[in-house]
Design a protein around this ligand. Structure first.
Ligand code: ADP
Length: 374
């Protein structure tokens, strides 16, 4: 039988932090629990001073979950508290209490010069999140905005390839990195800093500091929008993003079948927990366009995301078909929005970009709906 999030939490209740004499769940050290097909991931929030000393506790937590029937793998990462503003009572990883008074929210420092930051997220990998982030960013630029693109997918950075960029960033002021630029967009990615074939075995604190640095220690200059391509899933990297900077909102990318399978909802649920408004859902690979005759086939029960979005009270931002031209251009570093600007797909992305920009202007999207994921 498949293991559930509540079974994981139940197992973790038996793990005691020896220094504080209570279990790690009651101590609110556990966050970002993600369970997928028997693979379990969670984060342990720790005081940075205790970081290294808590490795045995991390291992005990992994072992406790590993013993559950149906668990195939467990990854627990230690995440250090940042010296946070006083208002953060539960620590940066603790989900905002549902219904907490707005005044109780910690003030998050923005990035000077950057008017709005939006996150593009998906519940799992391979749904076209990076392709969508890239084309959305380019479409926003085509609509006249100053745009930056941050590849926060530090485990599998794809922006260098998709944006046709290579080389190492310079630092003109000797303090911050200069983003690389192509098609009028400023881009930063872990892929510029480490070789593509370097294995990325990141532990929590490193994930946090890598993303924080890419957000804050980069010369973004004046931007209307910074589009952040999030890593897939709902782990600590997402929480860092969602909690470390004020996000104007999140865009969820989903394939028609994946929303039905709860993956996209997991993404929604995470943004709800951290109080980030959801701007809407984009259905990617919505239907298939035959490159020869232009015939349209709804191979993935097209429309699933739209129907589900309505049900969940989330706005539907648009649909992008599965078309080999989108894949070939994005994999070749010439995304379709810039390489075929007069084509139908570029028009679609520009329309979606305009909708997203409108929503940012209007002050964000709707609060993510509440639902429980088992
Ligand atoms: P993710 O970021 O969700 O892992 P990617 O954006 O890397 O996904 O996309 C995975 C693969 O699917 C890539 O090869 C990409 O070119 C292709 N792809 C994404 N969206 C489309 C689409 N609408 N039509 C055709 N291929 C697509």
């Amino acid at each position: 039988m498949a293991v559930t999030e509540s079974q994981v939490l139940e197992a973790l209740r038996r793990v005691v932090d020896p220094d504080r004499g209570s279990d790690i769940v009651s101590l609110k050290m556990v966050s970002g629990v993600a369970v997928k097909d028997g693979h379990v991931h969670f984060t342990l929030e720790v005081d940075p001073q205790r970081g290294a000393a808590l490795e045995p506790l991390r291992q005990s937590a992994e072992k406790a979950v590993d013993r559950l029937p149906g668990v195939l793998s467990v990854t627990a990462v230690l995440t250090a508290h940042r010296p946070a503003p006083k208002a953060v009572s539960g620590g940066p990883g603790a989900p905002a209490a549902p219904g907490a008074a707005p005044g109780a929210k910690p003030a998050k420092a923005g990035i000077p010069g950057v008017a709005a930051i939006i996150a593009v997220a998906s519940g799992k990998g391979g749904v076209g999140k990076s392709t969508t982030s890239t084309n959305l960013a380019l479409a926003m630029a085509a609509n006249g905005l100053k745009v930056g693109l941050l590849d926060a997918d530090i485990y599998g950075p794809s922006m260098p390839r998709m944006m046709g960029l290579s080389g190492k960033p310079d630092s003109t002021d000797g303090k911050r990195l200069d983003p690389l630029v192509n098609y009028g967009i400023k881009v930063m990615s872990m892929g510029f800093l480490v070789a593509e074939d370097t294995p990325m075995i990141w532990r929590g604190p490193m994930v946090m500091s890598a993303i924080t640095q890419m957000l804050r220690d980069v010369n973004w200059g004046e931007l209307d929008v910074l589009v952040v391509d999030m890593p897939p899933g709902t782990g600590d990297a997402q929480l860092t993003m969602a909690q470390g900077v004020p996000l104007a909102g999140a865009v969820i990318v989903s394939t028609p079948q994946d929303i039905a399978l709860l993956d996209a909802r997991k993404g929604l649920n995470m943004f709800r927990r951290v109080d980030v408004p959801v701007l809407g859902i984009i259905e990617n690979m919505s239907y298939f366009c035959c490159p020869n005759c232009g015939h349209r086939s709804d191979i993935f029960s097209h429309g699933g995301a739209k129907a589900e979005a309505e049900k969940l009270g989330i706005d539907f931002l648009g649909e992008v078909p599965l078309d080999i031209a989108i894949r070939e251009t994005s994999d070749a570093g010439t995304p379709i929005t810039v390489s075929q600007p007069d084509g139908v797909h570029a028009q679609t992305y520009r329309a979606i970009a305009a909708r997203v920009a409108e929503k940012i202007k209007a002050g964000g999207g709707r609060a993510a709906p509440r639902f429980v994921i088992e």
